[in-house]
Design a binder for this molecule. Structure first.
Ligand code: HEM
Length: 152
């Protein structure tokens, strides 16, 4: 538990405690039926699409994340994120974009950059009134990806 909490530098307090407890309960994998319910809490695929629009806006508004995204195909990234998150949340989507390690290789993403992106995602989910419980389920699946994404 302690080491899992340490791997979530972007969280503090209550969020982190709940997430750590959930990780123990679910082993970071959402059971199929529970996962279906979680996707519904994001408003399904349409809801995810709307959340990704605001996520993109927040990423571009933050000087920590904007430099990474201003020269890439953000429309494609948004589309891929919708599919990837839909699949992670148990929806009927098949992610066929690049693997996390390959896509982010060489970008020199730091832990701080990673945390900034997660904050933008949390802001977007808050704006769309995704429940705290559902947010944490997605974050629990995303958190371990920092191992493939953070390079320095
Ligand atoms: C859990 C966290 C993250 C997830 C799930 C994620 C997911 C993705 C996905 C699905 C794509 C598109 C893949 C494709 O086009 O096939 C992508 C691309 C990209 N991501 Fe991430 N990402 C994460 C964290 C980050 C962070 C922290 C940064 C930088 C601050 C970042 C910067 C980028 C950039 C610049 C691209 C475009 C690469 C290119 O087109 O060459 N990502 N990411």
């Amino acid at each position: 538990m302690a080491s899992f909490s340490r791997s979530l530098p972007f969280m503090s307090g209550r969020r982190r405690v709940i997430l750590a407890a959930m990780s123990v309960a679910f082993g970071n994998i959402l059971p199929a039926r529970a996962a279906q319910n979680v996707l519904a809490e994001f408003g399904g695929k349409d809801g995810l699409t709307a959340i990704m629009e605001d996520f993109d806006t927040f990423l571009m508004a933050d000087s920590r994340t904007r430099p990474f995204f201003e020269k890439v195909d953000r429309k494609r990234i948004k589309q891929q994120l919708v599919i990837q998150f839909c699949a992670l949340l148990g929806g009927d989507c098949v992610y066929s974009g690049g693997n996390m390690k390959g896509i982010h290789r060489g970008l020199q993403i730091t832990k701080e950059d990673f945390n900034a992106l997660i904050e933008a995602l949390q802001e977007a989910m808050d704006k769309h009134k995704v429940s705290f419980r559902a947010q944490n389920k997605l974050l629990a699946v995303l958190a371990p990806m920092h191992r493939d994404i953070v390079e320095k």
